[in-house]
Write a protein that binds this ligand. Structure first.
Ligand SMILES: C[S@@+](CC[C@H](N)C(=O)[O-])C[C@H]1O[C@@H](n2cnc3c(N)ncnc32)[C@H](O)[C@@H]1O
Length: 293
């Protein structure tokens, strides 16, 4: 259901106001849902939905909330129901990866809320977890300049015509590196790599990876991350993209679709709009492909 709402936000439906069909604009749909959430009894909904959903001993809604709060970020009403479920799925894949060999990465850190969540989830498996082998990558100067693939349809000032614009301009979501270091102070072994994707990849150790969280919003860096990490991913390793269903960032799912089509990669899309690759050994893939055809 939620994915249908996300899909409806992606594209301009109908033609133009001129042909009698009122088009739908992603930013307007987002504003409508944001207003609806702002007025609803969110706490009550959250209790009904997530009361018994836990990561180790932590109720997921409280854990997700505390990570946002402790990173100094805001938890807007729009994301009130997306964040706990998306955090739960992220934590589950991160915990799964703890049994694999290889390094872990997050591309797109902002103020560190999702990185903190993964680290706190890991402490439910090992109280001594200090973040060793986890690499955080971000410009800390915000998103790079959006490209054509990132544009969404927006109602023009005349209220009639449609213009294509980015959901956010380059430089949005800048967050000082020192803030992220502070957010992650409980996990001193985490490695932080400030710089632009893909140039910053030259700073990474040449290693195999077992878990990658992509949250860079845009077409170019999402594609560059897949290009870099997928060939270095161990069998059984996970790449999870936060932005596949993001209505204001169509470029991320375009990059994902393009990469997966080019390399014939299977993946899933969760109802949160997160997409996930679980890398299979070549022989296991061949068997599955034979089953499908
Ligand atoms: C939505 S925020 C990440 C949110 C974070 N994962 C969380 O849940 O708290 C997107 C991040 O991607 C980073 N980013 C976008 N394009 C980038 C690029 N080309 N190189 C490096 N970082 C980039 C931005 O600086 C921003 O911090």
């Amino acid at each position: 259901m939620f994915i249908k709402l996300l899909q409806s936000m992606f594209s301009v439906r109908g033609g133009s106001p001129d042909d009698g069909v009122e088009p739908e604009f992603p930013a307007e749909r987002v504003r409508t849902v944001r207003r609806a959430h702002a007025k609803a009894p969110r706490e009550q909904h959250l209790n009904i939905l997530f009361d018994e959903m836990r990561v180790g001993p932590y109720p997921i809604a409280g854990l997700a909330d505390s990570c946002v709060r402790d990173s100094g970020a805001q938890s807007p009403p729009l994301k009130a129901f997306h964040r706990p479920l998306a955090s739960y799925f992220l934590a589950r894949y991160f915990l799964y990866s703890l049994a694999l060999d290889g390094a872990r990465a997050e591309c797109g850190v902002f103020s560190g809320a999702s990185a903190l969540l993964m680290c706190r989830a890991a402490t439910t498996r090992s109280a001594e977890y200090a973040g060793a082998g986890l690499h955080l990558i971000d410009s800390f100067a915000g998103i790079s300049p959006p490209q054509e693939e990132d544009l969404i349809a927006v109602r023009a000032q005349d209220g009639r015509s449609v213009v294509m614009k980015p959901g956010f301009d380059g430089g949005a979501f800048a967050s000082p590196l020192e803030l992220v270091r502070h957010t992650l102070r409980e996990f001193p072994a985490v490695a932080i790599h400030p710089g632009w994707i893909p140039a910053v990849f030259a700073e990474l150790p040449e290693t195999r990876w077992c878990f990658v969280h992509l949250d860079v919003d845009l077409y170019e860096p999402t594609l560059a991350c897949l290009d870099y990490f997928y060939p270095r991913l161990v069998d059984g390793g996970v790449i999870i993209c936060d932005d596949y269903g993001a209505p204001l960032f169509p470029g991320a799912h375009r990059a994902w679709d393009e990469y997966c089509a080019k390399h014939d990669l299977p993946y899933i899309v969760l109802d949160t709009g997160q997409s996930v690759i679980l890398k299979q050994a070549a022989d296991a893939r061949a068997i599955r492909t034979a089953e499908v055809s």
